[in-house]
Structures are given as C-alpha cells and as structure tokens.
Design a protein around this ligand. Structure first.
Ligand code: NAD
Length: 497
C-alpha cells in the first residue's frame, strides 16, 4: 500500500525529512497508512526561526486583513469538508458522523476568529486625572506553539492557531504523531487561502521535539491538550522557562440520572456521552450515577441499547454505530481494564471484550461495555479508561451523587438528567467541574465560550476558545498620556523670562 506523505511545514515549504518515523494506522483495518517523521531539535529550531522571522510583518498586517485570509480559509474548509472528514476518520477510526462534528467544531473556531478586529479592541478612559487619558490595547505575543492529542485530529489544533494567528502571532503546531495527516490537509488550505510563509509551521515528533519547543527562548506561549501527566509536565516546564501556558488534561466525567429523568432522552444522552467516538473523548460521560429508582427505570434500557451498538470499520460507506480505537495497544489496555474492573467487584452488564468484526478482522475494536456497581477507589473508578466503557454507580439521593462526583481529581464536565429545575439548579451550583450539562450528556463548550476544565483537567489561567483564547494570545499595553499647549510647563523658558 502507498503511504501518504507526512511532511513538515517550515517557512512555507513542505519538507519530507529523511528521518525515522512512527507508523500512522487506519484503526478500522489495522493497516499502516503513513510514517510520521520523528523530528529533532534542529527541526524545531528551523520552525521557530521561520515563525520568528514571519512575526514582524504579520503583526503589522491589519487585523481585518488577517481576518480576510481566515475568511478564505473558512470557505476552503467548507468546500473541502467531506475530504477533511474522510481523512479524519481514516487516521482516527471514528465514524463519519463523528468526524463531521469534529471538523464543524473546528470551523466554528475559525468563524469566531473572523471577528478579530472587534475581539482585539482595547479600552480607553478619558480624564483618569485632569487632562490625562489612559488606554489599554492588545498586541500579539510572538511565536506561539500548539501540541495536540490524537482524539480530535481536526478540532483541537483549530482551537489554537486560528485565534493565535488572527491576533497577529505566528505559530508552530506539533500534531499528535498518531494522527498527523488531517492537520496537514487543513494547513494546506490555509496556505492556499494566502497565509504568508512562516506564519503557520508544522513539526512532527515526540518528547524531544516537545522539550525543544517548551524551552526555546523565542517561543512565547504554549497551548497543550493531552493526558493529565503530560499536561502537568508541559505547564511546569513551560512556565519555568517563562512561557504563557494553557494546558488541558484528561478527565473522568460523571452523568447523574435522577429518578424523574425522561427514560428515552436520558438513555440516548448517556449512550452518546459514553460511547460516542468510542469513548475517546475528554468530555466522555464515563460514569453514570443512578439515583434511587433510576436504577430500575433507566438501567435496563441503557443495557439493552448498549448491547445493540454495532462496532465496525468507518472507512467505507456503510457506517457502524461505533468505530475502532486508536491502536491495538490501546484496545488491549481498555480490555485489560474491563477485566481489572470485573476482578475488583464490578458486574459486567454488557461486555465488549473480544468483539468480532468479520469485515475488518485486524482493526482495533472493543465493543460497548457497561460495568455496574463500580466501587470508589477501584482502578476503573479512578483511571481515565478512554474507551467505550461506562461505569455505573448507585446513590440514594442527589446530595450523595454530587458528593461522589466532586471527589474526582478531574474537573472537565458533569451532567444531570432530570425533570426537576430544583435538582438541576442544585447540581449546577454545587458540581465541581467547569462545563455543566443539564439534560445534555456532552456539555463541551462551543467556540464562543472557553473550553473550561478545572482541577487536574486544566493547568493555567486562560482557557482555549472564546474571549479567554484572545486574552491568552495577546498582551495588553496600557498608555497614560498628557498633552501640553506649546510652551506650557516649560521651566527653562519660564525661568529665562
Ligand atoms: P498524550 O498526552 O499521550 O499526547 C498528547 C501530546 O503530547 C501528543 O502530541 C504527544 O506527542 C505528546 N506527548 C506524549 N507523551 C509525551 C511526553 N512524555 N513528553 C512530551 N510530550 C509528550 O494524549 P493522547 O493520548 O494523544 O490524547 C488523549 C488524552 O488527551 C486524554 O487524556 C484526553 O482526556 C486528553 N484530552 C483532553 C482534552 C481537554 O480539552 N481537556 C481534549 C482532548 C483530549
């Protein structure tokens, strides 16, 4: 099979390096579709230098002109939408419907960034003292960096660089070495839209490349999305080297189902939250807490619906309900965790281990799984499984359910299914998470709002997307000014008289 090229993009040139690579798979079939080159410090230096050289002219480009290039980019994204979607599915394994969501959410960030002339506007106050005015303006930082995970090949890089470059920064992206191809495809559209050379650069690689980016003296800011241990590392090393850092980590999100919840809608919501994108989502609703009678009302329907989920290859027209996981190694780990959960006392109500997919026997599949009566403190209760596994826990009342959810070290999302406004309000007020869903299983913020993780799900001060994104990628300059009439206050002139 012909491998797809996986070049670096440095200073406006697409470079196919002659270095060792790591395989990029089509998870649906297990085939290798590309080799992702593992870059070195020299590649990082070249990319950062290119971004640094492009910065002065890009910073001076009027915001409205920068926005126009992004406008063309958005039109090209729309025109090439299905092509991007298929690339996304091919290297990630998610269904085409899920890929469409992934790409759409990314395009929405571009739409948000188009408003940059308004978004970057500053503040002015006349007469802070008599005859003295004060103004705060926003200026770009310089070279910014994005390091992204495998699970949203289109959307997560687009959380970062459209806002960064709209604000006048230049950018170096290091996509996940597991899914570098969609990021390349999208960057080619931005190049076609007329982005000047060096404003966006791409380097591939692993830890060596990341460390070189984190410590490079010409890098001003780092945006990271990935697992919590790496997110913490990025934050610590980046800030130690004087960078601005926003670093999103992993999660374990609770979905509370109250006894008065609408059975059909809450079942659909929980299924979508737990098994959408095969559970490989930082906003996956991976633990359902059934409150009181909800266990009798909702759980049987939930189990039945889970057993009906059809797993299969997503790289063809006939689409399954759920696709493959990112790698064989990860699929094995998820199955191992299911077994550990069972050994530690959970009851397997739906079992996705060893699922057979005859039309693609080498794909990385795990079927939808429900572990019931998961106990706090067990491995599956604590670890982010990042696969199609729903833990179920049982609580007597809402207070106990909130207390349970709030013990999590993470703080990305938390949802409730209920018909009671009172319960919903109590939950919204007390839940210890940055994105709350009320009768919504995956309350992921859209482009106009911050993607708002708390606790171990986020390290930093300013989140990605929305106005916080603009604040992150700009620094304020405050000017205080006073003007005199000619000769007024001229001591030398006065003394001479
Ligand atoms: P990961 O942490 O393994 O990798 C993320 C990035 O870090 C990749 O680009 C990778 O090359 C790099 N990396 C990996 N190990 C490194 C190391 N030792 N040193 C330096 N860099 C390293 O994450 P992943 O498996 O690609 O993605 C899944 C994780 O991302 C999950 O934990 C998920 O919850 C999280 N995630 C979080 C959000 C969010 O917004 N909170 C969104 C999407 C995914």
């Amino acid at each position: 099979m012909n491998l797809e090229p996986c070049p670096f993009f440095i200073g406006g040139e697409w470079l196919q390096p002659n270095v060792a690579g790591t395989p990029v798979f089509n998870p649906s079939t297990g085939d290798t579709i590309a080799e992702c080159p593992i870059g070195t410090v020299a590649d990082v230096n070249a990319a950062v230098e290119a971004a640094h050289a492009a910065f002065p002219a890009w910073m001076e480009t009027p915001p409205v002109e920068r926005a126009r290039i992004l406008g063309k980019f958005k039109m090209l994204m729309d025109e090439n939408f299905e092509d991007i979607v298929r690339s996304n599915t091919r290297e990630h394994g998610k269904t085409l419907v899920e890929s469409r969501g992934d790409v759409k959410r990314g395009i929405e960030v571009v739409e948000f960034a188009l408003g940059v002339p308004s978004l970057m506007m500053g503040e002015v106050l006349e007469n802070v003292a008599r005859g003295i005015d004060c103004e705060a303006i926003r200026q770009p930082l310089g070279v910014c960096v994005g390091i992204t995970p495998f699970n949203f090949p289109a959307m997560v890089p687009l959380w970062m660089y459209p806002i960064a470059i709209a604000c006048g920064n230049t950018f170096v992206l290091k996509p996940s070495e597991k899914v570098p191809l969609t990021a390349i495809k999208i960057a080619k559209l931005l190049e076609k839209a007329g982005l000047p050379k060096g404003v966006l650069n791409i380097v591939h690689g692993g830890r060596e490349v990341v460390d070189a980016l984190l410590t490079h003296p010409k890098v001003k800011a780092i945006s990271f999305v990935g697992s919590t241990p790496i997110a913490r590392y990025i934050y610590e090393v980046g800030t130690k080297h004087g960078k601005r850092v926003q670093s999103n980590g992993g999660a374990k999100n609770y979905v509370i189902i109250m006894p008065d919840a609408d059975v059909e809608n809450s079942t659909r919501g929980v299924i979508e939250a737990a098994f959408g994108c095969a559970g490989e989502r930082c906003m996956a609703g991976s633990t359902a807490v059934v409150v009181g009678a909800a266990e009798k009302l909702v759980l049987p329907t939930l189990v039945e619906a889970t057993k009906r989920i059809k797993v299969g290859p997503t790289d063809r027209e006939a689409q399954p309900d759920m696709g493959a996981l990112i790698s064989r190694q990860h699929a094995n780990r998820v199955q191992e965790l299911i077994s550990i959960g069972e050994q530690q006392g959970a009851k397997v109500l739906a079992d996705g281990r060893g699922v057979k997919v005859n039309e693609a026997p080498n794909g990385f599949y795990v079927g939808a799984t429900i572990l019931d009566h998961v106990q706090t403190g067990t491995t599956v209760a604590k670890e982010e499984i990042f696969g199609p596994v729903l833990n179920v826990m049982h609580m007597e009342d809402l207070g106990a359910a909130i207390e349970l959810a709030n013990k999590s070290m993470y703080g990305n999302g938390a949802s409730i299914f209920t018909r009671s406004g009172k319960a919903a309000r109590e939950f919204k007020h007390s839940a210890k998470a940055g994105m709350i869903g009320i009768n919504i299983g995956v309350p992921a913020s859209m482009a106009w709002f911050p993607f708002n993780g708390w606790d171990e799900s986020f390290f930093g001060d300013l989140h990605m997307q929305g106005r916080e994104g603009v604040q992150f990628f700009t620094q304020q300059k405050v000017t205080t000014s006073r003007w005199f009439s000619y000769g007024e206050g001229d001591i030398w002139h006065t003394e001479k008289k």
